[in-house]
Design a protein around this ligand. Structure first.
Ligand SMILES: C[S@@+](CC[C@H](N)C(=O)[O-])C[C@H]1O[C@@H](n2cnc3c(N)ncnc32)[C@H](O)[C@@H]1O
Length: 313
């Protein structure tokens, strides 16, 4: 299941269990990444199925497309029914409606991929020196450098507190504003050192820069705004589906994988509301998580939580 670049999809058997792919179905991967999950589904739906891939990162999207085409139609990749769309997943319903496609399965595996965090030039890791970028979409206009150097101390503290759940947010913002008074903060290691110096007596195995980097990444990419918008499209898609319209087929299965509570909470809330309104049946009452053997093989799976719902129909 491992991709040539070392990326391993999280919770692979659980994704298959909740989506139950069948030959000829339409699968929409909102976060194509390196095509790990999509290749797995491609094997099940076969050459008569359709796969729609979406990603903010044009490089990942191209890698995923090549891999999925080859899996679906070995030796004849151009004949596979694969549609790759470079867009934010909150636009996926509009993109599908434009093309007259309705989904049987939807997956969103949130956050970033190994290609992104491992590349120092993307500025996502405090463990590697690189420019303060953090954009998942390399064509987007605003990067972390701009936020760190232009937000007011108050705005910066609020951002770090809200998206990083960091209790030392005020101290960190004060340090950043003091330092940038001398010269702009340009690199990941400059920022990481400032954060570490702002936190009194750090304890435990987690680097003190972790929460601030998470907060900036979430803000740069408007991750929670995009997630809320996608969840709202899923909920309205379920209402339309009952009337035989929209981007979701009756009985469509939706799976979301979250990596921290700021992502998992809205998924849980919207899926429960859909279930109470009779729009969907929960496939998972409690989130599915990785077992010890998966965690030993893939550290990133440790915090993954998978929730799934089946649209009524
Ligand atoms: C964890 S990776 C997905 C890995 C993929 N499931 C696999 O098995 O290879 C997350 C991907 O989602 C993309 N992404 C994150 N937020 C997005 C958004 N709002 N819209 C579209 N793509 C997004 C990232 O660029 C990244 O490539």
């Amino acid at each position: 299941m491992e991709a040539p670049n070392g990326h391993i999809p999280v919770l692979p058997s659980q994704v298959l269990e909740v989506l139950q792919p069948e030959p000829g179905q339409v699968f929409v991967d909102c976060t194509a990444g390196l095509g790990g999950h999509a290749a797995m589904i491609a094997e099940r739906i076969g050459p008569s199925g359709t796969i729609v891939l979406c990603d903010l990162d044009p490089g990942n999207l191209a890698r995923a497309e090549a891999r999925v085409r080859e899996t679906m139609s070995p030796g004849e990749p151009s004949s596979a029914n694969v549609i790759a769309i470079h867009t934010n997943f909150h636009r996926i319903s509009a993109e599908l409606k434009d093309r007259g496609i309705r989904a049987d399965m939807v997956l969103a595996d949130l956050g970033f991929a190994s290609t992104q965090v491992d590349d120092p030039e993307r500025g996502l890791s405090f463990k590697k020196s690189g420019p303060l970028d953090m954009r998942l979409d390399t064509t987007a206009p605003i990067d972390a450098r701009e936020l760190v150097n232009t937000l007011s101390e108050r705005e910066l503290a609020d951002l770090i507190k809200r998206f990083g759940e960091e209790r030392h947010a005020r101290r960190i913002a004060a340090k950043v504003v003091e330092a940038r008074g001398n010269a702009p903060i340009e690199t990941t290691d400059q920022l990481a050192d400032l954060v570490r110096s702002a936190i009194p007596r750090p304890s435990g195995p987690i680097d003190p820069a972790t929460r601030t980097f998470q907060a900036l990444r979430i803000a740069v990419n408007d991750e929670l705004g995009s997630l809320d918008a996608l969840l709202s499209r899923i909920s309205s898609g379920a209402k339309e589906s009952a009337k035989g319209r929209g981007w979701l087929n009756p009985g469509a299965r939706i799976a979301m994988i979250a990596f921290h509570s700021l992502e998992d909470r809205p998924v849980k809330r919207v899926f429960s509301a859909m279930s109470s309104e009779g729009l969907g049946e929960l496939i998972t009452r409690k989130p599915l998580e990785a077992d010890e053997s998966e965690i030993a093989m893939n550290k990133r799976s440790r915090s993954a939580k998978l929730r799934a719902i089946r649209i009524v129909g």
